[in-house]
Design a protein around this ligand. Structure first.
Ligand code: RAM
Length: 354
């Protein structure tokens, strides 16, 4: 190896290390704040690079919610002239995404867009991918903040969780036992929402509601179905269930709709209108909520392209354009919020097709 080549390698290695710093910073409350140390200067006027390779990695592939999100990611890919490749595990288990992350790095993708099954289980692989030059955007369910550049949150946890408590309270007339049917025990997003639900339930206006159990259906249809049955058997006075997962709420609705509990035990949650329509029409469910997953996938992909093109670095206050969704600004802890969820009832559900 000649001296010039050695020097070039050393210099490029140093540049790579600087650019991919990936350190953490602390906010005033002492919490880790998001993304890289962002030492690289962002250029808001930098053009989006053509031909970017972006891997889209959902919690699981056989989940209609993520299929819709993937469509949005692919639409963004077409608009950006980027190559979006979707891949992922069939179950939402904690460690299931690690090999997919490693593969994306080996394949020298420019960016990875991921909904994390577990904030910490994926963190070492994400950090390693970033040190190899990939930009990491989490969406839907965050990873440890120092393992990604930006998190695209569907709505604030407060909006989502407080909304869920309000819907179940209205459905059961403000008093009675309730249960939560969640996804996996490690899901960052569901756990954040459950925390806020508990805070909400402690407020005087919800003094009549009593949370008796939180069960986990693991975002698996059959497990969620059986856990619904288990909740009803274990709690004969149960008046309502909140299932903040599209898989859980659809399975719970299916169980209730053909059981003696239909119309007696109320159900709300986060569901896709297409999965929930028949249960709203047959009276099993009065109302539920969700955002548009395709917009979430679209925004996450635009964000990945903005990062990989050097338009943004993930620092608070940076602004960028996300195609037809318009302008976004990176908030505290490297977080961007898509917008408030929609509440669906029999009066509006037919206007939505996802
Ligand atoms: C499931 C997943 C996803 C969540 C939605 C509401 O599809 O758990 O992470 O955001 O439900």
């Amino acid at each position: 190896m000649n001296t010039r080549l050695v020097l070039a390698l050393v210099v490029s290695g140093a540049v790579a290390l600087t650019a991919c710093g990936g350190g953490t910073t602390k906010d005033s409350a002492g919490q880790q704040t998001g993304g890289a140390t962002n030492s690289a200067k962002a250029d808001p006027n930098a053009p989006v690079k053509e031909g970017l390779k972006i891997t889209f990695l959902p919690k699981q592939v056989n989940n209609p919610y993520f299929t819709v999100a993937q469509k949005g990611a692919e639409q963004a890919g077409t608009a950006l002239k980027a190559e979006v490749k979707a891949t992922g595990p069939s179950d939402a288990a904690a460690s299931s995404q690690v090999t997919y992350i490693n593969t994306a790095a080996q394949q020298q993708q420019n960016a990875l867009v991921i909904s994390a099954n577990d904030a910490n289980a994926v963190a070492p692989a994400l950090k390693s991918a970033r040190s190899q030059g990939l930009k990491v955007v989490t969406f839907d369910s965050d990873a440890a903040p120092d393992a990604r550049d930006v998190f695209i949150n569907q709505a604030t946890s407060n909006e989502i969780a407080a909304g869920q408590v309000k819907l179940i309270s209205e459905a059961i007339g403000g008093s009675g036992e309730i249960a939560i049917l969640s996804a996996t025990p490690n899901a960052t997003n569901q756990n954040a929402w459950i925390e806020v639900m508990k805070t909400e339930l402690a407020k005087p206006e919800y003094a009549g509601l009593k949370l008796v159990e939180t069960a986990y259906g693991n975002d698996d249809d059959q497990t969620s179905f059986q856990k619904t049955q288990g909740l009803l058997q274990a709690h004969p006075n149960l008046k309502g269930i909140i299932s903040p997962t599209t898989v859980g709420v659809a399975a719970a609705a299916r169980y209730l709709s053909s059981s003696e509990y239909k119309g007696k035990v109320q159900l709300t949650g986060l569901g896709t209108p297409n999965q929930m329509r028949k249960f709203v029409q047959d009276g099993t469910v009065k109302s539920f909520a969700l955002w548009d997953p395709s917009k979430l996938g679209y925004l996450a992909t635009y964000t990945a392209a903005a990062l990989a093109s050097g338009q943004i670095s993930g620092a608070e206050g940076e602004k960028y354009k996300a195609g037809e969704l318009g302008d976004y600004t990176i908030g505290a802890k490297g977080e961007v919020v898509l917008g408030p969820p929609t509440v669906f009832t029999k009066d509006n559900i037919d206007k939505f097709d996802f």
